[in-house]
Design a protein around this ligand. Structure first.
Ligand code: ZN
Length: 251
């Protein structure tokens, strides 16, 4: 099922990525004024800052979805419970308005499978984001050489670090966290089924790629998008209804 507080979380996520991007944008503009070749360590710092936000929001979202789908989180009396990480999660959750119900991060934590999976994804996706930023800059550098008057530094920095890109990342990554949380919970309890149904968000923004998957079972969609949402495209908002949780109601 869809994450109950999805909208509020996604909004807070976009705001947080946007805040990090705004600082990176200012730094980028300063650096660019000195030389259009951005130093390697600037990209590396960008990557680390983005990874940090993705890790915290990814874990918060995955844990909410995991609990919502019947998974058993760690409790604070478990030796594996990480109280420093719990503090960071609490701070992340406090940025979401209204605050989602479902868990108190100070006494409820992600199990190792969830933490490991989200860490791996956050690291990989943040790397992809920075790699794409560098590609965008290269495109602009080509244009600067051929038609220098057509571009200025603010065009470039807003394309790479603008609020639109932050919103795209937040939507896509909310879907990723939601899906990873639900799959991990269901796989560890009632079990994944070939009858699990793909659901799109049925509004005007639904895309032609995902729309034909709506209401189709895993035996069908798994052939095209084995990983599940948001595998089809950026800004995918799809989710799965699990047959073994009794959610498999035909749309
Ligand atoms: Zn989709």
């Amino acid at each position: 099922m869809e994450l109950v507080d999805r909208k509020a979380i996604e909004t807070a996520y976009a705001r947080e990525i946007g805040r990090v991007f705004a600082a990176q944008r200012r730094l980028f503009e300063d650096r660019f004024a000195e030389s259009p070749e951005i130093p390697e360590e600037t990209w590396e710092d960008d990557r680390k800052e983005i990874t940090e936000v993705m890790l915290l929001f990814g874990l918060t979202i995955a844990l909410l979805s995991f609990i919502q789908h019947g998974g058993s989180p760690l409790t604070s009396d478990d030796p594996a419970f990480d109280s420093a990480a719990a503090d960071s999660l609490a701070k992340t959750l406090a940025k979401v308005r209204p605050r989602p119900q479902g868990f108190n991060p100070l006494d409820t934590g992600p199990p190792a499978a969830l933490r490991g999976g989200i860490t791996e994804r956050a690291t990989e996706i943040a790397g992809d984001i920075v790699a794409h930023s560098r590609d965008l800059l290269r495109d602009f550098q080509g244009r600067i050489e051929s038609e220098p008057e057509s571009v200025n530094v603010r065009d470039i920095s807003h394309r790479i670090y603008g609020p639109h890109r932050a919103a795209v990342i937040a939507t896509t990554e909310t879907t990723r966290g939601q899906h990873f949380g639900s799959e991990t919970a269901v796989a560890g309890t009632v079990g994944i089924s070939q009858d699990d149904l793909w659901f799109t968000v049925r509004d005007r923004r639904v895309c032609p790629v995902c729309e034909p998957l709506h209401g189709r079972p895993r035996s069908y969609w798994g052939r095209f998008y084995a990983i599940g949402p948001p595998d089809p495209h950026a800004v995918c908002r799809c989710y799965i209804q699990y047959a073994n949780l009794g959610e498999g109601v035909q749309p």
